[in-house]
Design a protein around this ligand. Structure first.
Ligand code: SF4
Ligand code: SF4
Ligand code: SF4
Length: 316
């Protein structure tokens, strides 16, 4: 008997759903065991009934064993949708860093909603100024852009932007075997990175991330010097490992670029910005020289109160 699955995207870009497709051949082994009874990427239920024939006041979410949700929560419709999913599924999986931590969209939490609306919807040079938000035919925003577990209980978190298909398979297999929890081991991107580390740098200011790194493309990564030690910010020390799936080198490091922290903190309760500032100091760099450091060091994790509006500065 296949297990019934509800899959939905909230404040999402659909990259997490592409990761489900990217499972590839193992997906063919999984599919006979799964029955998707709701998947917005395929059939958009929304508030208009299954065939768009009637306005309804409640999302029609079927009963299921597993719920998979990508994206965080930005507006009242997504909040309602998520609450309905939670009511109708036994195990809820937050898929991807938007669902797990708020993700990139939660950068908006650095400003009040009114400020975001004014700046983006009215005063962006590429946008025709919008009418008042209440006059737009779109669901109203909730006060902040949140992670899924700020609204409902979550059983399993699969971080990553996007999450690696290996972990989607592993988590789903665990649920098919009757487990109600699954998580990645608590280790850092640095723990899986093969570069040379000497625990020191040239010291001084942190360089902008688009400055060229020093490496010989003819040589392997085990001959390249640690990116932080080259003076460029790499969030590997404070980021959960796993972006390359079950094997291999962290994906950005493979491309000889710095880790930007897309898998989020190594463990619950960690303070990546504080830890990263300590890590930079330990190799002789001045963390205060990182441009826009609050946003950069919390790039994917703006939910859970990591990014909030700063108090207004007094006029000079
Ligand atoms: S985690 Fe990344 S891939 Fe997934 S919805 Fe968010 S932005 Fe898209
Ligand atoms: S800081 Fe970056 S380059 Fe250095 S070991 Fe960690 S992940 Fe690798
Ligand atoms: S190296 Fe860092 S930013 Fe790049 S994919 Fe891995 S966790 Fe994400």
């Amino acid at each position: 008997m296949p297990v019934k699955v509800v899959e939905d995207w909230l404040n999402a870009c659909s990259g997490c759903e592409i990761s489900i497709l990217n499972i590839g051949d193992p997906l063919l082994d999984l599919l006979p065991n799964l029955e998707f009874v709701h998947m917005t990427a395929l059939v958009d239920h929304k508030f208009y009934g299954q065939l768009g024939e009637k306005p309804v006041t409640e999302m029609e979410i079927p009963e299921a064993t597993v719920g998979i949700v990508s994206g965080g929560v930005r507006n009242e419709e997504q909040k309602h949708e998520l609450e309905q999913i939670r009511k109708h599924v036994k195990v809820l999986i937050a898929l991807g860093s938007c669902a797990t931590y708020g993700g990139i969209p939660a950068h908006a939490n650095m400003w009040k909603n009114d400020e975001v609306f004014e700046k983006i919807n009215r005063h962006c040079s590429s946008t025709t100024p919008a009418p008042d938000q209440q006059d737009l035919n779109v669901p109203p925003w909730i006060p902040t852009c949140t992670a899924v577990d700020e609204v409902v209980n979550v059983d399993i978190r699969i971080p990553g932007c996007p999450p690696h298909p290996d972990w989607i398979v592993e988590a789903l297999t665990a649920v098919l075997n009757g487990q109600t929890s699954w998580s990645l081991p608590e280790r850092s991107v640095c723990d899986t990175c093969p570069v040379i580390r000497e625990q020191k740098s040239g010291g001084g200011a942190v360089k902008r991330c688009f400055e060229n790194l020093e490496f010989n493309p003819e040589e392997g990564l085990d001959k390249m010097r640690c990116i932080n030690e080259q003076g460029v910010l790499c969030l590997g020390p404070v980021t959960l490992a796993g972006c390359a799936g079950k094997s291999g080198v962290p994906r950005c490091i493979q491309a000889r670029t710095p880790c930007r922290g897309c898998f989020g903190p190594i463990r619950k309760g960690a303070r990546p910005m504080v830890d990263m500032m300590g890590s930079l100091t330990s190799v002789g760099l001045d963390p205060k020289t990182v441009v826009d450091r609050r946003a950069i060091m919390n790039r994917y994790i703006g939910g859970h109160g990591f990014l909030t509006p700063l108090p207004a500065r007094p006029a000079r």
